[in-house]
Design a protein around this ligand. Structure first.
Ligand code: ADP
Length: 186
């Protein structure tokens, strides 16, 4: 399909920060345009590709490396591979970025879904923060487990300050600017 290159669009951010929402919005947009796109959603991957893995550092790293591997092989074959997993450790995200960039066949775009923890606790879309704060969920990212924000993400969505549409529009504009997707002709 002419019009786009394969690339990895890697969302990272705390639970409820907006990764899946933005990822799904972009998938829908790309499908409408006839692009080759695949979504690797963190919650979904944990029920199949990473079934059985838990939330220790080791298991989290394994889960993210698997997602990274699949995303990389898809992207090098011209697919827009979108991932939406918390991916809390900078080292692992950077390792995946390095693998993708070393191959030189696809770009790696890190998109940080950024919102203050207080806003996420208040929003609590999945009711998980309430449970985590009550000590009912162990190793919960942002509450009882670390989250390392990216230092130099290609894109930041300020999801407690802008609407889903605004974040998505800005992200599409960025991808267009980078020549990763073509401008839509109206
Ligand atoms: P995550 O995948 O990061 O766990 P979700 O996408 O499941 O998060 O939930 C994010 C919530 O935040 C949704 O209810 C969504 O409608 C809301 N939201 C508000 N503004 C934004 C925005 N700019 N981008 C993404 N989500 C947003």
């Amino acid at each position: 399909m002419p019009g786009h290159k394969g690339f990895v669009l890697w969302f990272t951010g705390l639970s409820g920060a907006g990764k899946s929402t933005l990822a799904n919005k972009l998938v829908a947009e790309f499908q409408t345009r006839g692009y080759n796109v695949e979504l690797l959603d963190g919650d979904e991957v944990r029920t199949n590709l990473s079934k059985g893995l838990g939330f220790s550092k080791e298991d989290r790293d394994t889960n993210i490396r698997r997602i990274g591997w699949v995303a990389r092989v898809l992207a090098r074959n011209g697919v827009i591979a979108i991932t939406a997993a918390i991916s809390p450790y900078a080292e692992i995200r950077n390792e995946i970025r390095a693998d993708v960039e070393k191959e030189g066949r696809a770009a790696f775009v890190e998109a940080f879904a950024c919102a203050p923890l207080e806003a996420l606790i208040e929003r609590d879309v999945k009711g998980l923060y309430k449970k985590a704060l009550a000590g009912e969920i162990a190793n919960f990212t942002g509450v009882s487990d670390p989250y390392e924000a990216p230092e130099k993400p290609e894109f930041v969505a300020y999801t407690s300050e802008e609407t889903v549409e605004q974040s998505a529009e800005r992200l599409l504009a960025y991808l267009q600017e980078q020549g990763l997707i073509f401008q839509e002709t109206a």
